[in-house]
Ligand binder design. Structure first.
Ligand code: NAP
Length: 540
């Protein structure tokens, strides 16, 4: 085997996080290589080409802020950008900043082993290329490790099979076909109305109904674009100090329970008409912290479902009742519920008739076999940790990250792990990540990490490692904050509850983007408090 290439850093993944990290590290003069499994840039936006794939954060806020020139020159066309538009944007970023020359495509990182003596990582890929680096920086994404069906028979099916997160490049035509979709999370909710437009018959297999809010997507007007561009600096400041990375124009000041029924209804109706997540999720201060407050919004959304869906049995099946709104990701849709009024669209409620197996010809439930020509699996991900635990990452004493996290993800600030020196995890567990506009959180992590490694280089530090006590405290703090919310009670991708055998615990940090940024900045300003820094001559 050839000797590993010696560099300063390897970044795993060329999505939003990896591209930004490469740009910054290169700017600082670190010799860096990004290793990307796909044949192009984009990460989740590269793989998720399924029909209807679209971002549910507004385009002008779900974009990089690191380059004012880029902000001014790129023209977003819609309030919520489609997957092709986001991918075009990331391709443009890669070209504009000449990033591709430092990216190895079509290569998957298979292992990363820390050499304690050399204080360096050896990173191996499935192409045989390997790298010997001081820093391992993971930018592998929170939704990149697929979670397939647990039930047997997937390989037996003789029709066409698609997984939303690995959609083929070529256009898929469902015209005249009998199609099944399994899964009604964000991906299913977006794909179902689009597939229904083509399929001869669409059968949706739903295990847990989702709360979906209308996107009210529309083209951006010239005035809106000009206004945001003229005020980008102030707008970014608000995002960085917000709770979720996006904010409604008016921040809530009172509890949902303090409002009269009429006042609340008026506010919810206004939020529903505006569309998107923030107007409703942030209509009152306590939607995500008080079950009774949450119920007021959940009841409102259920009443909307009942008013849209004409068949009362279908409407009831589509109405979530087993968990608090928002504790499984609220989806944002265009025509999702109305699609079930079409005569050729059918809902199978798997809570009443469980899915037993995939057969040669279709899907068998406890009631019957549904023969179909194509199955679309919209079954989600081993979110937040899966992309990292699937790599054989070995820190001190050969301990793997998978072993370290076997009974729950542990990190310091979501960006570092005790026992894994010189490794940084962009949007790692216990950072705001998927509970925020993730681009805002990515930029915060990239800026923090790059400033950190710049400081280490200038200070002659060879090794940085989170202290076990600091990690314990952060884990405990994140758990405490989580317990103040409604999230932990629901088995969801947020809590690891969607993957059989995965340890339960809220994976993203629920304390808010602004407060989290402040904490990270405090740690840095105190000389990286909670980290052990080792230089060639001295240690702390
Ligand atoms: P998801 O939210 O985890 O949804 C997966 C769906 O598949 C759920 O309805 C789940 O049911 C169902 N499912 C899983 N295993 C099943 C089984 N064995 N039998 C029957 N049903 C099964 O995954 P996703 O929709 O791909 O979304 C993942 C994440 O991607 C989201 O949380 C979001 O962060 C992101 N995303 C964002 C956008 C956007 O910005 N608009 C779009 C797409 C995705 P249960 O709930 O019962 O487990």
């Amino acid at each position: 085997m050839a000797n590993p290439t010696e560099l300063d850093a390897v970044v795993v993944g060329a999505g939003f996080a990896g591209l930004h990290a490469l740009y910054r590290l290169r700017e600082l003069g670190f010799r860096t290589r990004v290793v990307e499994a796909g044949k192009g840039v984009g990460g989740a936006w590269f793989w998720n080409k399924y029909p209807g794939a679209r971002c549910d954060s507004p385009s002008m806020s779900y974009s990089y802020s690191f380059s004012p020139e880029l902000e001014q020159e790129w023209e977003w066309t819609e309030k919520y950008p489609t997957q092709p538009e986001v991918l075009r944007y990331l391709d443009h970023v890669a070209d504009r900043f000449d990033l591709r020359k430092d990216i190895t495509f079509n290569a998957r990182v298979t292992s990363a082993v820390y050499n304690e003596k050399a204080k360096r990582w050896v990173v191996n890929t499935d192409t045989g290329a390997s790298f010997d680096v001081q820093y391992l920086i993971t930018a592998a994404g929170c939704i990149s490790a697929p979670k397939m069906l647990e039930e047997p028979g997937v390989e037996r099916f003789r029709g066409r099979s698609y997984y939303t997160g690995q959609w083929p490049d070529e256009e898929v035509d469902f015209t005249n076909l009998r199609v099944a979709v399994i899964g009604t999370g964000s991906s299913g909710v977006q794909a179902i109305p689009m597939i229904a437009q083509q399929a001869a018959r669409l059968t949706v297999f739903q295990r847990t109904p989702t709360f979906s809010l209308p996107a009210m997507n529309c083209p951006l007007t010239d005035d809106e674009i000009a206004h945001t561009k003229a005020n980008y600096a102030a707008f970014r400041k608000v995002q960085r100090n917000s709770v979720f990375g996006d904010e409604p124009p008016e921040m809530p000041t009172k509890s949902a329970l303090e409002a009269s029924d009429e006042e609340r209804l008026a506010r919810y109706e206004a939020g529903w008409a505006k569309g998107g997540l923030v107007h409703l999720m942030m209509a009152y201060t306590d939607i995500m912290t008080n079950k009774a407050a949450n119920d007021t919004l959940a009841d409102f959304v259920r009443s909307k479902i009942q008013s849209i869906v004409t068949n009362p049995t279908t409407a009831e099946s589509l109405s979530p009742r087993s968990y608090a709104l928002g504790t499984k990701r609220c989806t944002v849709d265009t025509n999702y519920y109305a699609t079930f009024n079409s005569p050729h669209v059918h809902l199978v409620d798997l809570r009443k008739t469980p899915l037993l197996e995939i057969t040669e010809n279709g899907i068998r439930t406890s009631e019957t076999e549904y023969e179909v020509d194509a199955i679309v699996y919209a079954t989600g991900y081993d979110a937040t940790t899966g992309a990292l635990t699937r790599i054989d990452i070995r820190g001190r004493n050969g301990v793997t990250l998978k072993e370290k996290w076997a009974s729950g993800a542990r990190t310091y600030l979501g960006v570092a792990v005790a026992g894994f020196p010189n490794m940084f995890t962009i949007t790692g567990p216990l950072s705001p990540s998927v509970l925020s506009n993730v681009v805002v959180s990515i930029e915060q992590h990239v800026e923090w990490i790059c400033e950190c490694v710049r400081f280490l280089r200038e200070s002659g530090v060879e090794e940085i490692e989170a202290e076990a006590e600091a990690e314990d405290e952060w884990v405990e703090h994140a758990r405490f904050v989580a317990e103040c919310t409604l999230f932990p009670d629901t088995a969801s991708p947020y809590t690891g509850g969607n993957v059989p055998g995965k340890a339960r615990g809220l994976l993203p940090y629920a304390g808010g983007v602004g407060a989290y940024r402040q904490k990270c900045d405090d740690v840095a300003s105190k000389g990286y408090e909670g980290f052990r820094l080792i230089s060639a001559t001295s240690s702390r």
